[in-house]
Write a protein that binds this ligand. Structure first.
Ligand code: SF4
Length: 121
């Protein structure tokens, strides 16, 4: 089965934290998925880049349209096979509520579906 790397932007706002929560939940429920550390890639941290490149497919989970998770993958020449922009896809306005779980179940389901699709290819 293909290994899928998932990268949340982990931004310091509701949608950034939702990206993190969605990835953690997906990892618990889907086999052959891995957490790609967003910050280490653009910083050029060798071990993190090496780890990050070990997957067969990649999903970037962005809180907002700035798309930091997608950009972090691209900065390390890692292909973005699928990406989600939470604020746009789910109509969630960015705010400072770090504990928000707004539409979290729906986001998790959608990330799991993307994992299924990439593992199918
Ligand atoms: S994508 Fe948006 S929410 Fe996520 S870290 Fe970047 S600016 Fe913050």
């Amino acid at each position: 089965m293909k290994e899928i790397g998932i990268l949340p932007c982990s931004g310091a706002c509701n949608v950034g934290m939702l990206s993190n929560k969605a990835v953690v939940n997906t990892l618990e429920e889907k086999e052959n998925t891995g957490f790609v550390c967003a910050l280490g890639l653009p910083l050029g941290i060798e071990g993190i880049i090496k780890n990050g490149k070990s997957s067969d497919g990649y999903i970037a989970l962005n809180g907002c349209k700035v798309k930091c998770a997608s950009k972090a993958l691209k900065s390390a020449d890692i292909p973005v096979d699928e990406e989600i922009v939470i604020s746009e896809k789910y109509g969630i306005e960015k705010n400072s509520d770090l504990r928000s779980e707004e539409k979290l179940d729906k986001i998790i389901n959608d990330v799991k579906k993307l994992v299924d699709e990439l593992q199918k290819d």
